[in-house]
Design a protein around this ligand. Structure first.
Ligand code: SF4
Length: 363
């Protein structure tokens, strides 16, 4: 489905999801519940699953939270990644509890012996390790005067961790190099991609709110995806993590890399519009996006929701169906032919039921 030439990367399995090796770009998010509260964490992961999230990361700040991994795993379907900093004992506990992947930087967990024994356990359990370098955690990075030097410093840090794992003959590795600055991030990923073929987890860190963070992430990740870089991604937002999943699907769908199951074409409205189109489109999106039955990996159902008849029938041409506003009425189109009329207060209901029936037809 993609017209971008993706870089050939190594294939890594995270539970039942494949990252790299040409697999579809996997969508990730992260819980923001207290992971010591496993019930609340499961509840949020289930919501993320419904929204189409394919891999969920959970931060494990202590042993107590790591002991919850098996309880969480029993209640969810998606692979679970443990985010661990510095304390190798938490990583051991997470493996024991059945975690699917570790996000830990081996250079930060102490002696060679510790690293070797952790890698041995990860290997035995077929668990990959993500090395995640963040510009913010590299103190020296602030001493550099230009973005390229900062990006190089991030790659250097990532390579130090990578080499530690390679020395242990461990190659089930995924790498991320995130900064809050797009230029630094893009350069770091490009440099790293020229050195190793490990799959890359993309992200712009601390990107911001739903609005500004989505735009910033789309700009940064879009540049890399356009160049074929990226096997999995997270759109990091200061928001409900569901918004991260929505933004990720929207970004990947707009680039033709993934299907969210639904594509809405809608006009910006103008003085010709006589229905509350903004409200209608946002209600349809809200109702349909969380449908667990949306077929996210098949061709999206495409609908055109237009304010008036000027562009309505035209936009409907390559859509499954369309609806265009008239005076106190909505005109339903299929292949540019009128197939029905609906009152404005019934638009949302009608569109949602038509999406459902189109979906059923595709099953
Ligand atoms: S489709 Fe009609 S209402 Fe919408 S922007 Fe175009 S002319 Fe205006």
């Amino acid at each position: 489905m993609s017209f971008y030439k993706r870089l050939q990367t190594k294939k890594v399995n995270v539970g039942n999801v494949v990252i790299g090796g040409g697999a579809p770009v996997a969508i990730q998010s992260m819980t923001n519940t207290n992971s010591r509260d496993w019930k609340a964490t499961v509840k949020q992961i289930k919501q993320l699953e419904e929204a189409g999230c394919e891999i969920v990361r959970v931060s494990l700040p202590d042993i107590e939270s790591a002991r919850n991994v098996s309880k969480i795993k029993k209640n969810i379907k998606v692979p679970l990644v443990a985010d661990i900093h510095f304390d190798y004992r938490i990583a051991f506990e997470a493996i024991k509890q059945g975690i699917d992947k570790l996000r830990i930087n081996p250079g930060n967990i102490g002696s060679k012996d510790r690293v070797e024994s952790l890698v041995k356990e990860a290997k035995k359990a077929y668990i990959p390790i993500r090395i995640g370098v963040n510009a913010g955690s590299l103190k020296k990075v602030h001493n550099f005067s230009d973005n390229l030097s900062r990006a190089k410093a991030m790659v250097k840090a990532a390579m130090e961790h990578v080499k530690i794992l390679e020395k242990c003959n461990f190659e089930d590795v995924v790498v991320s190099l995130k900064a809050s600055n797009i230029d630094i991030t893009v350069q770091a990923y490009k440099i790293f991609a020229s050195k190793r073929n490990y799959p890359l987890h993309l992200g712009i860190t601390e990107a911001g709110s739903v609005f500004s963070g989505t735009i910033k992430s789309a700009a940064g990740l879009g540049v890399m995806l356009f160049d074929g870089i990226g096997d999995t991604l997270r759109v990091s937002l200061t928001a409900d993590p569901i918004e991260e999943v929505r933004a990720a699907y929207s970004l990947l769908q707009s680039m033709g890399l993934r299907s969210s199951g639904l594509e809405i074409v809608s006009c910006p409205t103008c003085s010709r519009c006589q229905v509350d189109l903004i409200k209608i489109v946002s209600e349809v999106e809200k109702k349909v996006f969380s449908m667990s039955s949306l077929k996210r990996n098949s061709k999206s159902i495409k609908i055109a929701i237009m304010g008036c008849m000027v562009n309505g029938p035209g936009e409907d041409k390559d859509a499954d169906f369309g609806i265009a506003g008239g005076k106190n009425v909505g005109i339903l189109f299929k292949n540019s032919k009128i197939i029905g009329k609906i009152k404005p207060d019934k638009w949302v209901q009608k569109i949602v039921s038509m999406i459902k029936s189109y979906q059923d037809l595709r099953e």
